[in-house]
Unconditional design. Structure first.
Length: 210
């Protein structure tokens, strides 16, 4: 049975931490002297890299847990704290240093390379995005139907991010840096709530183990 509430929750969570709207000013700055075709190529590469990393970790996450002896409840608490940190930075109007450092922003080897680093990883596919996807995909209450919904929600988020970034120039002209920051702050509030939910769920799960 299609769980629309769960599907929307996952989509909103992944979209908020992926934050393609907040990435627009950085994309514009890094590709300032690029031709429209070069910028499109960079966007395609960044989305391909980000999507591949997120989906790969989402599927192998459970094996990483088993190999390291990590319980999903432990990961929920740690992930929730990380998401809250990312959300706090978004609310403050900053790009979280868990997603992008100044050195990574400045260290661009070529016009094509910025699509991989820093745009694809870690700006889009940062620790917060990967953590959120892994947690939702590996929830103890999940059946195969729920995992399929998570996968579809993540793919839909990536497609949505691609569309937003493809129209980044037009959106930036309309929104400006201030508009992008306002939207990022709103998504930061949503992400903070999700982070708290992860922490509470993880603590409850750990309590049940005793």
């Amino acid at each position: 049975m299609f769980n629309i509430i769960f599907f929307v929750t996952v989509f909103v969570a992944v979209f908020s931490v992926l934050n393609p709207i907040g990435a627009i000013p950085i994309l514009i700055a890094l590709t300032e002297n690029y031709t429209p075709e070069e910028r499109k190529h960079v966007i395609k590469k960044s989305i391909t890299v980000a999507g591949g990393i997120i989906i790969a970790f989402m599927f192998v996450g459970t094996y990483i847990f088993r190999g390291l002896g990590i319980n999903i409840s432990d990961f929920e608490v740690a992930g929730g704290i990380l998401l809250f940190k990312v959300a706090f930075d978004m609310i403050q109007g900053r790009t979280s240093n868990t997603k992008l450092t100044t050195a990574e922003q400045e260290d661009t080897l070529s016009r094509e390379a910025v699509g991989v680093v820093p745009l694809g990883m870690p700006l889009l596919a940062g620790p917060g995005t990967i953590t959120t996807s892994i947690i939702y995909f590996n929830l103890k209450s999940n059946g195969i139907d729920d995992q399929i919904l998570v996968f579809i929600a993540v793919v839909l988020t990536i497609i949505t991010a691609y569309i937003i970034l493809m129209f980044s120039t037009a959106l930036f002209k309309r929104l400006g840096k201030t508009g992008s920051l306002v939207i990022s702050r709103i998504m930061g509030l949503l992400l903070a709530s999700i982070g708290i939910e992860f922490i509470a769920s993880g603590i409850f799960g750990l309590y049940l183990q005793f």
